[in-house]
Every structure is written in structure tokens, then in C-alpha cells.
Ligand binder design. Structure first.
Ligand code: ASP
Length: 311
């Protein structure tokens, strides 16, 4: 099987570093981590790492995960505060712990333990956007008491603007035909504090099994958690589905959700022949574009996801 790299629209800064790892016969796991780190550092990406968006309280908390399709080992962190390279903390969870996922204070403690230091990551621009959001959305009667007011209605208000979310998501296939997936995000802007999206949830936002295929999802994490979207895609590949049909099936499941927060989802998948499919449930233009590279290509190509209505 050929080397393959698939990454979503936010991931431009990481394509070349990830590709170099694969071309040097490095592992898919290393390629994914190496790809995501520059995106976390890329100020122009407003939904990941530095430059990302805060929660309702103005705190910078990050979700990230990585999974090795060869062993099905995985590492994930959620509500990890003030760490630029959440993906590397997730990688160290995979490498050093008997656990799959750490959250909050435990994740911070572990980040310290592996030498990934806390640093201020709320940029002036993100702070200004946050303050503008509060000015337009916080009701007059709550202003004097903010943030010591019930926040649930504000979480709903923030969920109305899907453009405020985004993730960096990678799939890599290495020289040994092993697959890995990885994701990292600051999550939904102005979400309820402690909100966990699909980005760190193995089986929802990502899944890899080198025997069958790999999948990463972006968009409304609440939806892909509810349907177990990434695991669904890989299970369908195991059952013999073609990669495009497996993605379409996962989107059909999503299309049947009628309640709760609903919005765009993009499903990216690769099978063991190296065939790729990227489908989304609604037309979100360039936000559903994706990068594809395989051996023999001088550079990654930017493609557009297929819009699949479901049903
Ligand atoms: N899936 C991410 C989350 O739910 C956001 C996104 O990819 O747009 O946090």
C-alpha cells in the first residue's frame, strides 16, 4: 500500500512536515503528531492551539487525541488548560500511561510531568472577539454578576454559530501500511466550561485500525459522539463496505438526529487500499475542503468534500 496523507482544511501548516515523516519511512503515528503541532502553533487557525477560542469564562481549554491503528492504542486529553501542543500530551498519554484519556487538572499535571509547560494562549484578537461576543449576548440583568450566573442559555446561544468551531484532523498511512489518526482543537468558542467535543473521543472524532481503515470527523462533535461516527465508518469497512459508502452510511445516521444541537459534520476516511473519501452533511464551502497526498505527488492537492444529504 502507498503512503497516504489526508488532512482537513485547517491543517495546511502541517501537511509538509507530516509528509516528510512518511517519506523518510517514519511511522504514521509520528507523521500525525508532526503534522498537528505546526497547526497548533499557527496563529491564523482560530480554532486550534494558539489563536484558538476560549470557553464562556474566557479560559483556553484544549481537546486532542491520537490513535495507532496497528495496536489500537490511543491517547487523549480534554479540558487541558493553556498547553500549546495538546497533541503531544495526548501522544504521551498513549506512550506512558495505562489510561487512554486524561481531563482537566489531571491532564495538566501530566503535561507538567512530561515537560509540556503552561503558557498564555489567548491572543489579543481572540480576547477581543470573546469580549465582543459577551457584549452582544450577555443579558443586561446578568452583566453585573457575570460569570456567576446560570450559563446554560449562553451555551445554546454560542452553539448557533457553527463557524466558531474547527479542528485539525489527520490520517496517515506509513511505509508499513500502518495507519494513525490525530485531532486537536480549542473546541467551540464560548462553550459551557468543561464541554468535551468529539475531538478527543476515540470512536466519535477519530478511529484507526490498520486492518480495515481510519476515520476522522470534524464539525458538530455533539452529533458524532451521539452516533459513534468514526467507529461506525471503520466497522463498516471491516464488514466490506467501500470507503465512500461507509462515510455515506455514517452521515445517514447523523441525518436522522432530529433534536439537540445540529449542524455541519465532515467525515474523512481511508481504507486499506489507500482509497479516500471525504463527505459532509451540508454545503459549508471551503470549510469542507481537504488535503490529499500520496506517493508520486509533488505536493498535496486541495479537494472539496462531497455533500451528501443522507437518508
Ligand atoms: N468537532 C469539534 C468539536 O466538536 C469542532 C469542529 O471540528 O468544528 O469540538
Amino acid at each position: 500500500m502507498a503512503l497516504v496523507l489526508v488532512a482537513n482544511s485547517e491543517s495546511r501548516a502541517g501537511i509538509e512536515p507530516a509528509r516528510r515523516v512518511l517519506e523518510a519511512k517514519g511511522s504514521a503515528l509520528d507523521a500525525v503528531e508532526r503534522g498537528i503541532r505546526p497547526v497548533e502553533a499557527d496563529l491564523s487557525v482560530r480554532t486550534v492551539g494558539r489563536g484558538g477560542a476560549p470557553d464562556l469564562l474566557g479560559n483556553m481549554e484544549f481537546d486532542a487525541a491520537i490513535m495507532d491503528g496497528r495496536t489500537r492504542r490511543a491517547g487523549a486529553v480534554s479540558a487541558l488548560r493553556d498547553r500549546l501542543h495538546a497533541i503531544s500530551v495526548a501522544r504521551q498519554v498513549l506512550e506512558r500511561l495505562p489510561h487512554v484519556m486524561l481531563v482537566g487538572k489531571g491532564a495538566s499535571r501530566f503535561a507538567d510531568e512530561v515537560g509540556i509547560k503552561a503558557e498564555p494562549l489567548l491572543t489579543e484578537q481572540a480576547r477581543a472577539a470573546h469580549n465582543r461576543w459577551l457584549e452582544t449576548h450577555v443579558r443586561a440583568e446578568d452583566r453585573d454578576f457575570w460569570p456567576d450566573v446560570p450559563l446554560a442559555s449562553y451555551a445554546w446561544a454560542s452553539s448557533k454559530d457553527y463557524a466558531k468551531a474547527g479542528t485539525t484532523a489527520f490520517i496517515a498511512v506509513d511505509v508499513k501500511a500502518d495507519m494513525a489518526v490525530g485531532t486537536s482543537t480549542s473546541g467551540w468558542a464560548q462553550c459551557y466550561p468543561g464541554r468535551v467535543g468529539d475531538t478527543p473521543i476515540i470512536g466519535a472524532g477519530l478511529y484507526a485500525d490498520s486492518r480495515y481503515g481510519a476515520c476522522v470527523c470534524t464539525g458538530v462533535g455533539e452529533m458524532t459522539i451521539r452516533t459513534g461516527a468514526a467507529r461506525t465508518v471503520v466497522a463498516l469497512l471491516k464488514a466490506g463496505a467501500r470507503v465512500r459508502d461507509a462515510c455515506a452510511d455514517a452521515l445517514a445516521d447523523l441525518s436522522e438526529l432530529a433534536e439537540g444541537v445540529l449542524g455541519p459534520v465532515v467525515v474523512h476516511a481511508v481504507d486499506t487500499s489507500g482509497a479516500c473519501a471525504v463527505l459532509c452533511n451540508q454545503d459549508i464551502g471551503r470549510d469542507s475542503s481537504w488535503f490529499y497526498w500520496t506517493e508520486g505527488m509533488a505536493e498535496a492537492a486541495l479537494r472539496q468534500a462531497e455533500v451528501f444529504g443522507g437518508g
